[in-house]
Design a protein around this ligand. Structure first.
Ligand code: FES
Ligand SMILES: [Fe+2]
Length: 370
């Protein structure tokens, strides 16, 4: 798991002025909307005595801690200490919690969990321009699975499992050929053309797979003759090292599909397809994403191998959480993901930062920063 990326935190329609707690990167965050409807994300742990801010309430754009009523504004600064302080309206500088940038996209709330300022922050590419057109049926599924987030992302970019794992895919050809490919340090797009019975392939049947490490977004566009085009966009958010929150959007074009067809796709995905993936992924070892040297990847695994490589390279350049250093202290200490204000004002914080592994600079980070 690593910092300095956009992570899908919740479904936008689920978030109102009532605070919501979410767990990402093995840390707790609180999300809430102010009176104008703008979403905010703060570290969830009150810097006074450690209560969960998500258990409090929001009034006039401030979140009030449930234990002693300290009020934090959207920037994470404590704006009011109602008692026990000589001047409650002017709390000490250290009375603050980290605040993280937020962006709403595709009906989801994404939080940027890291300390990069606006000029350095990677931009999430628009992998789903169809979403805003209104010309597609669109539905959203959310699932939590005890699978490593990178294993999930690799699964969405593995064209050859479909035939074996999924009931709906039994009739699909077993073979694929990577016909076209676009590859940057943080994005890959490859068309996996499906073979016909004679081993031929063309552009009319297969899976277009796209992955962006920024936002951990995977898009599959499924092309089958005689069936409406389907798009699946999945965002995988690491809850912790072993659990993943999946947000999946399913789209079909209104021009080619009926609403009933789309509904059937959503129901099948929710009730069957995701469970079929899970049943196999649960058996794979090691539990965390594998080392390439401990697998034998072949040509048709190229895209998923690129997904892994670019994700791990990006992670190493942005700041991987040092699990070994954190594990021994996690029961007795609070550690937080750094936020942009940690860069501009590194002193005067109550909670210390998560331990990170030494960062490796790479072309990936340079490319992401534009
Ligand atoms: S623990 Fe939050 S105000 Fe005291
Ligand atoms: Fe699958």
């Amino acid at each position: 798991m690593f910092i300095n990326n956009w992570y899908a935190a919740c479904v936008a329609a689920d978030l109102g002025t009532a605070p919501m707690r979410v767990r990402i990167l093995d840390c707790d965050f609180v999300l809430f909307r102010d009176a104008s409807g703008r979403a905010h994300c703060l570290s969830d742990t009150c810097c006074h005595r450690g209560a969960s801010l998500a258990a409090g309430s929001v009034q006039a754009g401030r979140i009030r801690c449930p234990q002693h009523g300290w009020e934090y504004d959207a920037s994470g600064r404590c704006a009011l200490i109602p008692q026990g302080s000589r001047d409650g309206a002017h709390p000490p500088k250290r009375a603050r919690v980290p605040a993280y940038p937020v962006e709403e996209r595709y009906g989801l709330v994404f939080a940027f969990l890291g300390d990069l300022g606006p000029d350095e922050r990677p931009v999430m590419p628009d992998l789903l321009p169809e979403y805003a057109t209104g010309e597609w049926y669109c539905d959203l599924i959310r699932r939590r699975k005890d699978i490593h987030y990178l294993r999930m992302a690799e699964n969405y970019n593995d064209p050859c499992h479909v035939h074996y794992v999924h009931e709906f895919g039994r009739w699909l050809p077993k073979g694929v050929t990577i016909e076209t490919e676009v590859l940057t340090p943080t994005y890959v797009r490859a068309f996996h053309a499906a073979w016909d019975a004679k081993g031929r392939w063309g552009r009319e049947q297969g899976l277009m797979m796209e992955y962006s490490v920024i936002g951990l977004l995977s898009r599959n566009t499924n092309l089958q003759p005689g069936y409406p085009r389907t798009i699946v966009l999945a965002s995988v958010t690491p809850i912790d090292a072993c659990n993943t929150q999946i947000f999946m959007l399913l789209l079909m074009p209104k021009a080619d599909a009926t609403e009933a067809q789309h509904r059937a796709l959503v129901t099948m995905t929710e009730k069957q397809v995701m469970d079929e993936d899970y049943a196999v992924l649960k058996t794979t070892r090691p539990v965390l994403a594998a080392e390439p040297a401990e697998e034998l990847l072949v040509e048709s695994d190229l895209t998923l191998a690129q997904v892994r490589k670019m994700t791990l390279e990006f992670a190493a350049s942005q700041g991987e959480i040092d699990q070994e250093a954190w594990a021994p202290v996690r029961q007795s200490h609070i550690r937080v993901v750094p936020c942009p204000e940690h860069r501009t004002d590194p002193k005067n914080w109550v909670h210390k930062l998560l331990p990170l592994r030494p960062r490796r600079s790479s072309a990936v980070a340079a490319a992401a920063a534009g």
